[in-house]
Design a protein around this ligand. Structure first.
Ligand SMILES: [Zn+2]
Length: 175
């Protein structure tokens, strides 16, 4: 049985009212998504489903850490993430365009898989700027050796793109 099938919500058999589903996301989950930006992590997802006669509301509460690469020193680190999302699920034929938070399911459907939604919510919760968090003294927890190496490399790259460098190179070539 595929891992994704753990995330099937068989809503047809649920009574009206609220139901809670808890998931623990780890590396096996991320391996299901080809080209995933995340390989490792530990995220607890609590999904509260409220079933009404013509509509369901899904509240996702995500909290945990994902392993990402630091933009500054290129080492991996655990990025804390936390997010709350809400999705409306309507029964029936699609009457108008889906919004970002609206899903249509056919009245013949009996279950909905939420793996893709959870994956997207985790990706959205990762900050655009990914850097090692500061320690309790406010100092960077980046790998100092990598920072040292990278700063040398970056300066050299900047020198090369400096127009003055090209002029100098031409001069030297002519001689
Ligand atoms: Zn870092």
């Amino acid at each position: 049985m595929s891992i994704r099938s753990h995330y099937n919500i068989a809503f047809k058999g649920l009574s009206l009212g609220k139901h809670v589903f808890d998931y623990e996301i780890d590396g096996k989950f991320f391996a299901e998504f080809e080209g995933s930006v995340v390989d490792q992590g530990k995220v607890n997802v609590s999904l509260t489903l409220e079933k009404q006669s013509s509509l369901m509301i899904f509240w996702f509460d995500l909290k945990g850490t994902v392993q990402v690469q630091c933009d500054r020193c290129l080492e991996m680190y655990d990025q804390p993430i936390e997010s709350k999302e809400r999705i409306f699920v309507r029964f029936g034929e699609k009457e108008f365009a889906d919004g970002d938070d609206l899903i249509w399911v056919s009245t013949n459907d009996y279950q909905l898989n939420v793996a893709q939604l959870i994956y997207e919510f985790i990706c959205l919760a990762i900050p655009i700027k990914k850097v090692h968090p500061d320690d309790e003294n406010g100092n960077t927890s980046c790998d100092p050796e990598m920072i040292e190496k990278l700063s040398k490399y970056i300066i050299r790259e900047e020198d090369k793109s400096n127009p003055a460098w090209n002029d100098l190179k031409k001069l030297l070539d002519n001689e």
